[in-house]
Design a protein around this ligand. Structure first.
Ligand SMILES: [Zn+2]
Length: 402
């Protein structure tokens, strides 16, 4: 006997939804994702804990809190993914293509994407702005807990409320992460990597992060302030007091056909000296050619990156870039030779590098652009600030504070 479709969807939803609490008063909507990677259950465990505790203080809550399980079939098998990485297929073009496929033609992860995409659209349609999207992950190596964001000023502003290191620019190196898709819609979107896979600390840090997010966004009643101090202290100590901004300078790409072995003992945020042996790749030894910082070294079978390298961003650069973005200085860029608008909305620039030799990627980063190499001579630059819905967050307590 076949079930009717409505019943099937409802059944799916009870697995998909970790919890959904609607406060008695109007407020923001917080959407938390756990287990977008199936071998990273800490976020799911943290959210299960939070929702069981939230039930008792439901009275004073404002707005909506929703916890969502990511890759359900991969979570069941404790694998990062089964057919393709669910955190690498969120491009508009990819989604359109998946939508056109028959059910039977879709991979496991494509089916998961369709379900999640439908959920997200329903949530956004509810008109319960402002929206916050928070995605929980863990890493295969030991690491300080850290935040990843697309570099829009609203993300920076929200992320720096947490006493954690913040990584900018990871999305330029990755194709189709979920949060980039959300960001392109202009909403605040924060990735939190809470620690090493399946460690108790990784779950505890996600619990702390969730409580803080609920508190900063004004969901929790005011009398829960004491918890804020306790969770702030917990994260500060887990991150060893590091709350600097970093940017990605290098991504070491690997494919599943490659023989890649990271040498043992590296942890994210470890400074390494020039000439340090990092890994072997298809029999070749990889050494660093300068003093640098290693980030997300791969100690598991599945993954498309062997490791990343990062560097600290000086404070003055952060301040300068915030200043020039507010002044919209990019308006004069198209006066330069080799630079033209790539869209009528003026949110994308086409840069011909043979003509505009004097302009560098960091220069565009400063102005809020995300760059994609189109071909040998052209960059396509997308302005994150033009799509960011700053107005949606203007009246929130954290936006007004700084
Ligand atoms: Zn992950």
């Amino acid at each position: 006997m076949t079930q009717n479709p409505a019943e099937i969807i409802e059944e799916l939803d009870t697995i998909r939804i970790i919890g959904h609490i609607k406060g008695h008063m109007k407020g923001p909507t917080l959407i938390f994702f756990g287990g977008i990677h199936g071998n990273e259950p800490s976020g799911v465990q943290a959210l299960e804990k939070i929702f069981s505790e939230l039930g008792s203080i439901q009275e004073g809550l404002k707005g909506n809190i929703i916890g969502i399980r990511g890759n359900i079939p991969a979570l069941a098998k404790e694998r990062r993914f089964l057919e393709n990485d669910l955190n690498r297929i969120w491009t508009q073009r990819g989604i359109d293509a998946i939508n056109k496929k028959e059910n039977s033609e879709r991979t496991v992860e494509e089916t998961e994407l369709i379900e999640l995409h439908r959920l997200i659209s329903e949530i956004i349609d509810e008109k319960s702005a402002p929206f916050y999207f928070i995605d929980y992950h863990t890493t295969s190596s030991p690491t300080l807990p850290f935040i990843t964001i697309n570099d829009a000023l609203i993300n920076r502003k929200f992320a720096r409320l947490f006493p954690l290191p913040i990584i900018l620019g990871l999305e330029e190196y990755l194709e189709g992460p979920l949060l980039s898709y959300i960001n392109e819609k202009g909403y605040v979107a924060i990735g939190f990597e809470s620690g090493q896979h399946s460690t108790p600390e990784a779950t505890d840090n996600s619990v702390a992060f969730t409580w803080l997010a609920l508190s900063f966004t004004g969901v929790l009643p005011n009398n829960s302030e004491f918890k804020q101090a306790q969770y702030l202290a917990q994260l500060r100590s887990a991150a060893k007091g590091d709350n600097t901004f970093y940017e990605v300078t290098h991504r070491h790409i690997i494919t599943d056909k490659d023989e890649f072995n990271m040498l043992p003992g590296f942890r994210s945020f470890d400074p390494i000296e020039v000439g340090t042996k990092l890994a072997s790749h298809n029999g070749k030894q990889l050494k660093t050619d300068k003093n640098t910082i290693v980030f997300m070294p791969l100690y598991q079978e599945q993954g498309e990156e062997g490791f990343f390298l990062i560097r600290r961003i000086p404070k003055w650069i952060l301040n300068l870039s915030a200043g020039v973005r507010k002044l919209r200085m990019d308006n004069v860029l198209t006066w330069l030779p080799g630079v033209s608008w790539a869209s009528p909305q003026k949110d994308r620039l086409m840069v011909n590098l043979t003509v505009a030799r004097f302009l560098s990627k960091p220069f565009f980063h400063l102005l809020g652009y995300r760059s994609r190499t189109l071909d040998k001579t052209h960059y396509l630059m997308t302005n994150r600030e033009r799509t960011a819905r700053n107005g949606m967050y203007r009246d929130t307590p954290w936006y007004r504070k700084s």
